[in-house]
Ligand binder design. Structure first.
Ligand SMILES: [Ca+2]
Length: 144
């Protein structure tokens, strides 16, 4: 009998990520995008240690990326609070903001960001001021 546990766990993790993304997409389609925040922000590659000012509808957003011990820290501020996410591996070297839009329909900004080989969905409905975890992580290709 072959030991298949690691592959099975990886497959379950990936399935859970796809299911969560599907639910998020379904709720977006069910609710429809608010007219004033659907356009989003053009993709860009933030430089480490640089402050960025973005806008989504009437919401002003500041964003700063830093290299920290455990990965790349995204510090995203809007509405008087700062939300932080440490993403990617400790030695992450590349990041990009793919999309800033209101995916979950609460009129607050959500983000899709890449860090090295992984993609992360940061949903405002899952965020609390301070440290947060991404709503969904799409793992990179690992040769499987
Ligand atoms: Ca949102």
């Amino acid at each position: 009998m072959k030991a298949t546990t690691p592959t099975t766990l990886r497959a379950l993790r990936d399935l859970a990520a796809v299911a969560a993304a599907g639910l998020a997409a379904a709720s977006i389609w069910a609710a429809g995008l608010p007219d004033d925040v659907g356009a989003g922000v053009a993709p860009f590659e933030p430089q480490v240690g640089v402050d960025y000012a973005l806008a989504l509808g009437d919401t002003r957003i500041s964003l700063r990326v830093e290299n920290v011990v455990k990965g790349m820290e995204y510090a995203i501020a809007y509405g008087g609070h700062t939300y932080t996410y440490v993403l990617g591996p400790f030695d992450a070297t590349h990041t990009a903001v793919r999309e800033v839009a209101d995916f979950d329909g609460d009129a607050l900004p959500d983000f899709v960001v890449d860090v090295d080989e992984a993609t992360y969905l940061l949903l405002s409905t899952h965020a609390a001021p301070g440290a947060n975890r991404p709503a969904v992580e799409f793992a990179g290709h690992d040769g499987c």
